[in-house]
Design a protein around this ligand. Structure first.
Ligand code: FAD
Length: 431
């Protein structure tokens, strides 16, 4: 065939030259096309990299502006807030919408943080300090907290909690409250990418609603799972708001568990699963354990979830929790801390309260230095009793302390948060 072709070409050299030119031209065109396709590809990639770089710069600039705004609008100490609205949410639970009385800007905050209130209760000489999580994400003109009356312990005659009862019974629209700036180390970082699982029991839902709202507002593409456990519809706070959010926020997968549904509670309208929120349920629903977990709820709830997440192989660093009280702190503590609390052999440790001039032996029956101090009549201020508000901070004159778990308030070097620590040996504190 080639011999035939070469013979034909030799017979007609002009035609041969023509073919050579045509093939050459075709090759050139093909090379140009490949070259321009490669150039277009590189251009596209360069433009994409440039867009990413710009997006990063914009994000960083926004963060800087936010930090500056936050610093400008933040306040030290107490600021007066007016109760703009008080909205009943469900049994014994109210939301309070708070506007700054001075009418100035509100600093933004991180979803999951809390406000600290100094409550001037009738008949008390000193204010009662209580922390309440912000239950909505940062809005231009109000903060919101959602407060449930703290019932007395089962089978006791004790009165219900003083702070929460004051909010539920006495605080009304138009009242002015003393509030400290948003604070706390339990928050969801909107800059992170890892998918999130929000896990709430009862009133522990408040910081999770702030987180879910913040993710929606930020148009986050993060996958978000939201597990909420309540007894029944009567305790299902912020239901309408969360249902509406789940309907419009396509990344959010909401799973509500009722442990004791009422006769009128309807599956798939009010709740999705009968029973408690458990890690077994998560194992059935989540494609893997590769998530960042945020949890808040009663002590037993926190203990079972944190233990089971560990057993599922979730690193402690991916599990963040907020404790609304010391019981929750203790129960969510790491196994090492729990063991040190329950199994440590008793060795005589002397605690000296320097200001009061009292020397006592540490007793394992007490769960914190604060409890020991109170039992001996040594006065230490206390607010949240969970290591968050910093009211119980006392200087350590000598010795060291051991903490029960993560805490929100910063314990300066040389001081300790007495509500969540115990002595590690002989100790002298300035109380
Ligand atoms: C960071 C943080 C965020 C929080 N966020 C929220 C939130 O969003 N919403 C919310 O509702 N709560 C929240 N809390 C909990 C809140 O701060 C209070 O701890 C809660 O409202 C109880 O305070 P209280 O003054 O009502 O109860 P307290 O008066 O402190 O009483 C606590 C318990 O002790 C019982 N009691 C009373 N007298 C006695 C006695 N003599 N002996 C034994 N027991 C007694 C009471 O009945 C009650 O059960 C949060 C806590 C923290 C630390």
């Amino acid at each position: 065939m080639f011999a035939d072709l070469s013979r034909k070409l030799l017979e007609n050299p002009i035609q041969f030259a023509g073919w050579v030119i045509v093939v050459g031209l075709l090759l050139q065109v093909a090379l140009m096309l490949v070259g321009s396709a490669r150039r277009a590809h590189f251009e596209k990639r360069r433009a994409w990299l440039e867009r990413e770089r710009l997006a990063l710069e914009i994000r960083a600039a926004r963060k800087r502006i936010q930090t500056v705004e936050q610093a400008k609008a933040a306040w030290n100490g107490i600021r007066k807030f007016k109760v703009a609205r008080k909205v009943p949410e469900c049994a014994d639970t109210f939301s309070f919408y708070l506007r700054p009385h001075d009418g100035k800007a509100l600093p933004p905050f991180k979803p999951g943080q809390y406000l600290t209130f100094q409550l001037n209760l009738p008949g008390r000489t000193k204010p009662v300090v209580r922390c309440y999580s912000l239950s909505d994400c940062a809005r231009a003109d109000y903060y919101r907290v959602t407060i449930k009356r703290c019932p007395p312990p089962a089978d006791t005659e004790h009165p219900a909690g003083v702070g929460s009862s004051f909010f539920c019974d006495a605080v009304k629209e138009g009242d002015i409250l003393d509030v400290k700036a948003p604070n706390g180390h339990f928050y969801l970082d909107l800059e992170k990418e890892r998918p999130a699982v929000l896990i709430a029991g009862g009133v522990g839902i408040t910081p999770m609603v702030a987180m879910a709202n913040a993710l929606f507002d930020a148009k986050s593409s993060r996958e978000v799972w939201f597990f909420f456990g309540a007894r029944n519809r009567g305790e299902h706070m912020l239901k309408q708001e969360i249902d509406e959010l789940a309907a419009k926020f396509k990344n959010l997968r909401l799973h509500v568990c009722y442990s004791r549904p009422g006769p009128d509670d309807l599956k798939d309208r009010d709740f999705h699963h009968e029973g408690r929120v458990t890690v077994d349920l998560m194992k059935r629903l989540l494609p893997s354990n590769n998530y960042e977990y945020f949890l808040c709820g009663p002590g037993a709830f926190m203990e079972s979830i944190t233990d089971d997440l560990r057993a599922w192989g979730v690193p402690d660093a991916w599990v963040h929790f907020e404790a609304f009280g010391p019981a929750s702190v203790k129960r969510a503590a790491s196994p090492a801390v729990k063991a040190s609390l329950t199994q440590a052999p008793f060795i005589g440790m002397e605690v000296t309260f320097a200001k009061s001039g009292k020397k006592v032996w540490w007793d394992q029956a007490f769960s914190s230095l604060l409890e020991l101090a109170e039992s001996k009549g040594v006065k230490i201020d206390a607010g949240c009793r969970a290591g968050n508000c910093g009211s119980c901070l006392v200087a350590v004159k000598s010795g060291t302390v051991e903490y029960l778990g993560g805490h929100g308030a910063d314990a300066e070097t040389g001081s300790c948060l007495t509500c969540i620590c115990k002595p590690k040996g002989n100790l002298v504190i300035d109380a």
